[in-house]
Every structure is written in structure tokens, then in C-alpha cells.
Design a protein around this ligand. Structure first.
Ligand code: TXA
Ligand code: MG
Length: 314
């Protein structure tokens, strides 16, 4: 069921149920992070392999500090700059966080989401929320309550509707151990934004082979073949015997037979990120056989867009 009642969501969570929640990045599938039984329902509902850890969502920095062993100065600087917001930070976990949340790893990823309804929800409960994206594993993440309902509706009791997600791609994940920042996943806060706060370059480790689907090749995948290309027109002409849809960054001429979706009309990167997953969903549902999209500019949030396209392509 979809609804806008924060109290209903809070009650269900207190009873150990899972509830889909809005965040500024994508919708999350939440449960009490301190309750192993509740957390196990997340893994079951989204068919998530148990080796893939979950992000812990809290209402503010002080709560985040409670669930980690220590919060180094460099992490504090970034949390102060970007929270609430799409930055997730990996730190040594406090013993109160069950091993199931971190898939047995000694570290936990924490973040303060920037969504008024979810912040209100977090204030109504006295526990943090473990929440992966609210989709069946390896499918495209949802940026609206309706998409969550379509994908997971039969498996969960309540989808808290907070409107369309503002950012549209998942949070950036950094590790902040030994007072050193390493970028683990590109996302809503760009590498450039982080570097400008720190005044120095950060280390990139976005292709690290850790056992998590976020790092697997086919992730965020559409059901249809999705091709990422350097040259849209050329790829469309190579596939002119197939019905194609195209995701466009700006107004561009494509053959009449191609179904086009405008991620933006003016190559605006935040707008492209915002529309990306919904356009992937729409193209996946139309009558085309193949989805074609050009690589995005490799700058700012464009890096996260390219990362998601790369992982969706096959
Ligand atoms: O924007 C977001 O981050 C959304 C919203 C709902 O907050 N959440 C999200 O969660 O994208 P998920 O589970 O779909 O992606 C989290 C990624 C996974 O690839 C997981 O492997 C990694 O974070 N992760 C979480 N905890 C970790 C840990 N302790 N160590 C290493 N990787 C971790
Ligand atoms: Mg996910």
C-alpha cells in the first residue's frame, strides 16, 4: 500500500516490519537496523545476497556518531559540509550494529538522508534504519513510490510516498578510515565537491573487487539490452533493423522510428541524473527491443551517471 502517513510507517518499523521510504537519491527499503529479524526481511524482500551489506540511515551527525567506533576529523568535515545529503561514509562499526547489517564486515556505512518526510520519520523512532535501494536486486533503482510499488508492492506492507526523488542516483560512498578519503561509489555528491571541501585530491577505488553487486558488472540492469555508445547516430544506424529507443541529453535529431526520452533538453547534469532511472524504466516498458544512450560528460554528477549506465549495459 502507498501512503503519506509517517505515523503508520513508524508503527510498522517499530513492529519489526520493512517499509519503503523516500530519500533524495532513490527510495530505500528500510527496517530497524538494530533488529536482526527485521533486517533479514530486507534481504528476503529484495532477494539480496546476504554478503551485500546495507547502509544505515540516521537523522543527524550525533546519531551517526553513536553507531561507529570513531568519527575521524576528515569525515566530520565532509559530514558537516554535506549532511543531510547524498554522501555515505564507511567507518568502523559500533558493536550495537548487528553483523547482518554489514554482512559480517567490521565497517558500517552511515548517512543522513535529505528528505523532510524521512527525517521526520527518523525522529519518531529511536533506532537507525538499514536501507538498501527499494528494488529487487540487480534491477533499476526506483525514484518514485509508484515504481517501488510496481517492483516490490506485493512483498512489503507500506510505501511511504515522498514524491519523486530529487537527486535520482544513489549516494556517493566514501571510506574515511585512517583519516584518509577513498571514493568507493560515485553518486549524488561529486568527486569535485568533496575535493573542494578537503582542498586536496581523493583516492578513487570505484572498481574495487569487493563482493558487492554495486561493483558487479550487471547491476541496475534493464530487462532489455542497453547499449552505451560514443556516437548515438552511428549506433542507431548500425541497429536500424531493430526497434530502438534512445535516451537523450539535449535536443537531438534521431530517426523517426526511434522512441526518444529526454533526460534533459539542455545537457543539464543534475536534471539528467534526476530523470535517468525513470527514463530507463520507461524505455524498458515501451515497444523497442534495444535502448541506446551516449556516454555522459565525465564531470561532476556525470561520473555517477556514466557509472550507472556502464553497469546497466549489456
Ligand atoms: O542513496 C543511497 O545510498 C540509497 C538510499 C536508499 O539511501 N541506498 C543504496 O543502498 O543505494 P544499496 O544497498 O542499494 O547500495 C549500497 C552499496 C552497496 O553496493 C553495498 O555493497 C555498499 O553500499 N555497502 C554498504 N555497506 C557497506 C560496507 N559496510 N562495506 C562495504 N560496502 C558497503
Ligand atoms: Mg541498490
Amino acid at each position: 500500500m502507498i501512503g503519506t502517513d509517517v505515523s503508520v510507517a513508524a508503527s510498522l518499523l517499530k513492529e519489526g516490519e520493512v517499509v519503503a521510504i523516500p530519500t533524495e537519491t532513490v527510495y530505500g527499503l528500510a527496517a530497524n537496523a538494530l533488529d536482526t529479524k527485521a533486517v533479514s526481511k530486507i534481504y528476503a524482500a529484495k532477494k539480496r545476497p546476504s554478503f551485500n551489506p546495507l547502509i544505515v540511515h540516521v537523522s543527524d551527525l550525533a546519531s551517526a556518531q553513536r553507531y561507529v567506533k570513531n568519527f575521524p576529523p576528515i569525515a566530520l568535515k565532509l559530514a558537516e559540509a554535506f549532511w543531510p545529503g547524498p554522501l555515505s561514509i564507511l567507518l568502523s562499526k559500533h558493536s550495537s550494529i548487528p553483523d547482518l547489517v554489514t554482512a559480517g564486515l567490521p565497517n558500517v556505512v552511515v548517512r543522513v538522508p535529505k528528505h523532510p518526510i524521512t527525517l521526520e520519520l527518523l525522529k519518531k523512532i529511536d533506532f537507525p534504519l538499514a536501507a538498501p535501494s527499494a528494488n529487487i536486486s540487480n534491477t533499476v533503482s526506483p525514484t518514485s513510490a509508484q515504481r517501488v510499488n510496481q517492483n516490490l508492492g506485493e512483498r512489503i506492507k507500506y510505501v511511504l510516498d515522498g514524491g519523486a526523488s530529487e537527486v535520482g542516483v544513489e549516494s556517493t560512498i566514501i571510506s574515511a578510515q585512517n583519516n584518509k578519503i577513498v571514493l568507493l561509489r560515485e553518486g549524488g555528491i561529486s568527486q569535485e565537491q568533496i575535493e573542494s571541501i578537503l582542498g586536496s585530491k581523493i583516492t578513487l577505488n570505484t572498481n574495487a573487487k569487493i563482493s558487492s553487486p554495486g561493483q558487479l558488472k550487471k547491476h541496475y540492469a534493464t530487462n532489455k539490452k542497453l547499449i552505451v555508445t560514443d556516437n548515438l547516430q552511428k549506433t542507431l544506424s548500425n541497429y536500424n533493423d531493430k526497434r530502438c529507443s534512445a535516451l537523450l541529453y539535449e535536443t537531438k535529431e534521431v530517426p523517426e522510428s526511434v522512441t526518444s526520452y529526454h533526460l534533459s533538453k539542455t545537457y543539464n547534469l543534475p536534471e539528467i541524473a534526476n530523470n535517468l532511472f525513470e527514463c530507463m524504466h520507461l524505455a524498458d516498458e515501451d515497444k523497442s527491443e534495444i535502448i541506446v544512450v551516449e556516454k555522459c560528460k565525465e564531470e561532476g554528477i556525470g561520473r555517477a551517471i556514466n557509472d550507472r549506465l556502464r553497469r546497466a549495459s549489456w
